[in-house]
Design a protein around this ligand. Structure first.
Ligand code: SF4
Length: 133
């Protein structure tokens, strides 16, 4: 048996990795994507966001970077030039749809994978469960 296969058998098959989606500067601000997001993760340009918008999150919640915030607290916009996606709320539509809805509806292909946020499908499903208890 090859060493690589031996390692794979011990640790099991590699877990599929998914990434969050981000909106690039190609965005034309048509606002087609915000209504399609099952997690209310997409905000219009310059608008403040909160974890509790469109989710059942309450109380203190730890963000992916470890910062703890109140779910209802308004947070600074992540972009003042184009629509933006909050990575802490994006599950790449896992548990809702077969494919990311923002990617499907964007007329200029401005919704693309965000390599900064790599999560397993398991982690994304767990995030989805936390967002919608
Ligand atoms: Fe929302 Fe899905 Fe797009 Fe993530 S991939 S921002 S969950 S529509």
């Amino acid at each position: 048996m090859s060493p690589a296969l031996g390692v794979m058998l011990k640790s099991g098959p590699p877990k599929p990795i998914a990434v969050a989606i981000k909106i690039t500067g190609d965005c034309i601000d048509c606002n087609a994507c915000p209504p399609e997001c099952p997690n209310t993760a997409i905000y219009e340009t310059g608008v403040e966001w909160s974890l509790s918008d469109g989710t059942s999150l309450k109380g203190s919640v730890a963000l992916m970077d470890g910062t703890v915030v109140e779910a209802t607290a308004l947070q600074s916009p992540l972009s003042t030039t184009v629509c933006y996606i909050v990575p802490d709320k994006c599950t790449e539509c896992q548990g809702f749809h077969e494919e990311p809805q923002c990617v499907s509806v964007c007329p200029v292909d401005a919704c693309v994978p965000d390599e900064m946020y790599r999560e397993t499908v398991e982690q994304l499903m767990s995030k989805k469960e936390k967002l919608h208890i």
